[in-house]
Design a protein around this ligand. Sequence first.
Ligand code: 5GP
Ligand code: ZN
Length: 115
Amino acid sequence: MRRDPDCLFCRIVKGEIPSAKVYEDDAVLAFRDINPAAPTHVLVVPKDHVATLAECGDGDRALLADVMLAAGKVAGLEKLDAFRLIVNNGSGAGQTVFHLHAHVLGGKPMGERLL
Ligand code: 5GP
Ligand code: ZN
């Protein structure tokens, strides 16, 4: 399991920094975003540290599947019939925490679209 002692999400996964946990299994931790952009805004974070989606390689297939599956479970736990999943990759796309994570957003009409 990769860990970066200076990484905010590694520290949350380790329990050094508290979070409002929504779901956890061996591979991921899901917790509420501290600055929610929607009534439900949950971050799904792999316990294994990788900075960005673009840095993922073939060895990260299971990690990526675990994040996607957990996002679906979180939506179910949060009783979302519609939700949006966002991964920001790189600061130019709005990534501020360089530990891969998926945003699960829902609980309001998700009408605005980029495409
Ligand atoms: P990014 O911009 O990298 O895609 O998403 C990072 C997210 O982490 C932001 O939505 C931000 O609000 C959230 N965040 C930053 N620091 C903390 C924290 O200490 N705790 C929690 N729960 N969320 C955080
Ligand atoms: Zn990390």
